[in-house]
Design a protein around this ligand. Structure first.
Ligand code: FAD
Length: 454
């Protein structure tokens, strides 16, 4: 594939030395946009390959719920059977469409398995000459601002070296992902409950659940997939979620051994799990599909940037902390979004801001914008932990970024396809990946892709 890849010509003194932390999809597209703008880029990646989340491993962490800070860390949360939950036309980067490739070993399905995404990211890295920018196997242990306004980045070889090397950069962009630090439910009585617990971060295959009675907490995409998969081998699966509306436990239509409950009230030393609907089951395993925490163990900002109830802040447009802008930024924090497309726009904006081609408002104005956003959330009684949940407003956000960058707004087909797939995922969770009725939108998408694939 040959791509249109304009290099923007900037005066030399406006170009920066930039450290990017992480070579997942966010770090890669950030490196691409920085390179396009002419900045000098180094990407630090702890693992020995690119792809972040999309590097599947059968390995799991030493603490299955992820509470022990000294546990062996495994970055990826993928399970073996995982297929993407967005149609590939929507999921790919705008100017490097995620089209099926007729090559051995590739997965041409519209909702392919996880390896196809890793292959796509590797293709992206090669196509845009990014591999040479990545320092593989290098874990960043410290990022902090120096008196001269530059950033100190300390890193070490992950496997076998306790000695940190230090380097200085004009700017640091954090792309370390947010699906690696498990968040687990607070359950009264859990300290005496004798069963096993595991977080979905450490779920790979259903075999360990054979003949077990499992209580699965959560209602998001992974919870839906994993509950169905486990039910094929488990004795019983009891899903506990906020979204269960019925006051009594109900069997999931089409399944003999899956029940829907509302939240857990308490658990006891008799292995019992009591639900708020008044029902009780004696369970062997609690599986927490309860999401993740933002985690930046290497970042030292003297309290300027904090993580409070999963709000990373204060950040202007989920990217720049006003007091440290534009030299510190974050890519990829929003969730309930199309991540690759959103990160592409975020990083385009950052690259332009760093070179001075695009202006930021004053620090005061950025703070006013953030305060207005937080006040809106408070008035609407939206919990802090949903600060980066974009749900229905992602396209508004994407288009704001696109306008700042002077590029085309979100395509109509992309929006429609996203909303249709979201609806189908909810109403037809077992079949949405293999059956659809938006072929007209697929045609429109491919007409658009021609711009990028000559
Ligand atoms: P990551 O992919 O997590 O990459 C972060 C990188 O930073 C990693 O390579 C890590 O090793 C590195 N790193 C971290 N700390 C350090 C450090 N201190 N020093 C050096 N390197 C470091 N998205 C979709 O679009 N479609 C889907 O179908 C989909 N399914 C998903 C299913 C699951 C189970 C999960 C968990 C996520 C899914 N996502 C999906 C979201 C997915 O995470 C994003 O698409 C995207 O891959 C996130 O990219 P990232 O670069 O932000 O983070």
């Amino acid at each position: 594939m040959t791509l249109l890849s304009p290099i923007i010509s900037m005066p030399q003194n406006s170009l920066k030395n930039v450290a990017v932390i992480g070579a997942g999809s966010a770090g890669l597209v950030t490196a691409r946009e920085l390179k396009r703008e002419g900045h000098i880029v180094v990407v630090f990646e702890r693992e020995n390959q690119l792809g972040g989340t999309w590097v599947y491993t059968p390995d799991t962490e030493s603490d299955p719920v992820g509470l022990d800070p000294t546990r062996k860390i495994v970055h990826s949360s993928l399970y073996s059977s995982l297929r993407v939950n967005l149609p590939r036309e929507v999921m790919g980067f705008r100017d490097y469409p995620f089209v099926a490739k007729k090559k051995p070993g590739r997965d041409p399905r519209r909702y392919p398995g996880h390896k196809e995404v890793l292959d796509y990211l590797n293709d992206f890295g090669v196509e845009f000459g990014l591999i040479g920018l990545v320092r593989f196997g290098m874990e960043v242990g410290y990022v902090g601002m120096l008196e001269n306004g530059k950033w100190k980045v300390s890193y070490r070889k992950r496997e076998n070296d306790d000695v940190f090397a230090n380097e200085e950069y004009d700017a640091v962009i954090i792309c370390n992902g947010h699906y690696a630090e498990p968040r687990i439910a607070d359950i009264p009585g859990i300290e005496v409950w004798p069963g096993k617990q595991i977080h979905s971060h450490n779920y790979r295959v259903p075999d360990p659940f054979r003949d077990q009675v499992v209580v699965l907490i959560g209602g998001a995409a992974s919870a839906t997939d994993i509950s169905r998969e486990i039910a094929e081998v488990a004795k019983e699966v009891h899903i506990s979620s906020r979204s269960a509306t019925s006051g009594v436990p109900v069997k999931l239509p089409g399944y003999d051994n899956i029940w829907l409950h509302n939240m857990i009230e308490a658990v006891g030393s008799d292995s019992g799990v009591n639900f708020q609907d008044g029902s009780k089951v004696v369970a062997d395993i609690i599986l927490h599909c309860t999401g993740y925490k933002y985690h930046f163990p290497f970042l030292e900002t003297n309290g300027i940037v904090t993580v409070d109830d999963n709000r990373v802040g204060p950040l202007y447009k989920h990217i720049f902390p006003p007091a440290l802008a534009p030299s510190l930024s974050f890519v990829g924090l929003p969730w309930k979004v199309i991540p690759f497309f959103l990160c592409e726009l975020q990083s385009k904006w950052i690259a332009g801001v760093l070179s001075g081609r695009i202006s930021l408002p004053s620090k005061e104005d950025m703070n006013v914008d953030i305060e207005a956003f937080y006040s809106f959330m408070e008035a609407a009684r939206i919990p802090k932990r949903y600060t980066h949940n974009m749900d229905d407003c992602q396209f508004e956000y994407d288009d704001w970024l696109a306008a700042e960058c002077g590029c085309t707004l979100s395509e109509e087909w992309r929006k429609q396809m996203y909303f249709i797939s979201r609806k189908n995922k909810k109403t037809l969770p077992e079949t949405y990946r293999d059956e659809w009725d938006d072929d007209d939108l697929i045609i429109q998408a491919h007409e658009d892709f021609v711009k990028y694939i000559p």
